[in-house]
Every structure is written in structure tokens, then in C-alpha cells.
Design a binder for this molecule. Structure first.
Ligand SMILES: O=P(O)(O)OC[C@H]1O[C@H](OP(=O)(O)OP(=O)(O)O)[C@H](O)[C@@H]1O
Ligand SMILES: O=C(O)c1cc(=O)[nH]c(=O)[nH]1
Ligand SMILES: [Mg+2]
Length: 194
């Protein structure tokens, strides 16, 4: 898939939002990719994840397990695993930290890849990696649909993305006037309490 084709999937799904958003990292942005508008359409999701699976296989070889950070990583993790012929598991937040729950495991000898939906700073992906560091399986690399850091995020492992999309983000105390003028919303699930 070309970058234009990937972006067109997000645009046509109504997932390219403009406003004032609080990102998972706490940074602010005028653009938000609401990936769930993409994932509510299984056919659109299949097109994107099939293409991501091909890139993952070309870079990392055979994959046995996909592990994804909830919530956003679950659907693309599952769908990409389907095209890789791999199993799909996820980590979810418990008391704020990611943990492999439900009896999920990355077994000995398994070649595993972490799959994210969107990467901005890479914080969530690093937290996911840290949460499975004691699992016997080997993490061979990471992948995402959209890399907003355009290759700048420090992940400590190789990353395959379907597209790099460099969108500006800002510290909360360094907002440009056009963002400071609009109330901020936080679409993601980090920090939500039951
Ligand atoms: O690279 P980062 O700076 O960590 O940002 C990207 C993360 O932000 C979103 O998750 P979020 O925590 O907002 O919750 P969600 O998965 O429920 O959407 C997205 O799904 C990534 O996990
Ligand atoms: O950084 C984030 O939290 C983030 C950015 C984005 O565009 N989409 C998303 O789901 N999360
Ligand atoms: Mg997430």
C-alpha cells in the first residue's frame, strides 16, 4: 500500500480528526487519528492489516505470536495475526500498568512481534515490551499502522510501520495560540478509571 492509500483509508473512515487533543503521552496535538473509526469496518481493517503483515514477514520472517497493548492494539493485532498465521494476545492495564492477563503467555521458542495501532512517542510500546520481558518467547521486533514520530521514537527495537505521518505535537505548557484557544479532549484509554 502506498502512503496515499493508507491515509485515504483513515480519511474515508472519518478517522482524521482536527481539534485539540490530549495524547496518551500527555502531549497535545491539533490532529488525532481515531483508529476505531477504521477498525469498525472489518473490510477496511483487513486491507490495512494484510499489508502490514506482508511488511512484517518481509522484515522479521515467520511470526508465531502477536502481542498488542490494549485497547487500540487489540483489533489490528488480531487481524494482522490472522494474515501472519500467528496467535494474537494482548496486555491490558491493571492499576495503570500493562500486564499479560487471562492466562495469556508467550511460550518458549515463540518468535513474537509487538503490534501497535499508532505510535507517537513510543511510550505505550515500550511499556508493552517491559510488561512481557519475563515471558519465555522472544520479541523480534515491533510494528504499527501509523508512526506519527516518523522514525524518531526511541523503541529499543526495530519498527515496521505501514506509514510514517509526521504530525506536530506540543508540551501542554507550550501550546500554539490556535490550540490554546480550544478546549482539549482526551480520546484514549490511558488513565481512565472504572
Ligand atoms: O506512542 P505513544 O505516545 O504511547 O502514543 C500512542 C498510543 O496512544 C494510543 O493509546 P492510548 O493510551 O491513548 O489508549 P487506547 O489504546 O485505548 O486508544 C495508541 O493506541 C497508542 O497505544
Ligand atoms: O498519541 C496518541 O495518543 C494518539 C495519537 C493518534 O493520532 N491516535 C491515537 O489513537 N493516539
Ligand atoms: Mg493504545
Amino acid at each position: 500500500m502506498t502512503d496515499d492509500e493508507v491515509l485515504a483509508e483513515f480519511r474515508e473512515a472519518g478517522a482524521l480528526l482536527e481539534g485539540h487533543f490530549i495524547l496518551s503521552s500527555g502531549r497535545r496535538s491539533g490532529v488525532f487519528l481515531q483508529k476505531m473509526f477504521v477498525f469498525q469496518d472489518p473490510v477496511r481493517t483487513e486491507r490495512l492489516c494484510k499489508a502490514l503483515a506482508a511488511k512484517i514477514e518481509a522484515r522479521f520472517g515467520t511470526i508465531d505470536y502477536v502481542v498488542s497493548p490494549a485497547v487500540g492494539g487489540i483489533v489490528p493485532g488480531y487481524e494482522t495475526a490472522r494474515h501472519l498465521g500467528a496467535k494474537a494476545v494482548f496486555v491490558e492495564r491493571e492499576g495503570g500498568s500493562f500486564r499479560l492477563r487471562r492466562g495469556f503467555t508467550l511460550p518458549a521458542g515463540a518468535r513474537c512481534v509487538i503490534i501497535e495501532d499508532i505510535i507517537t512517542t513510543g511510550l505505550s510500546l515500550r511499556e508493552c515490551r517491559d510488561s512481557v520481558k519475563d515471558e519465555p518467547g522472544t520479541i523480534v521486533g515491533a510494528a504499527c499502522l501509523i508512526d506519527r514520530s516518523a522514525g524518531r521514537a526511541d523503541l529499543g527495537m526495530e519498527l515496521v510501520s505501514l506509514m510514517e505521518y509526521a504530525v506536530p505535537d506540543y508540551a501542554p505548557d507550550a501550546l500554539p495560540p490556535e490550540l490554546a484557544a480550544i478546549p482539549a479532549t482526551k480520546p484514549g484509554s490511558r488513565g481512565l478509571t472504572a
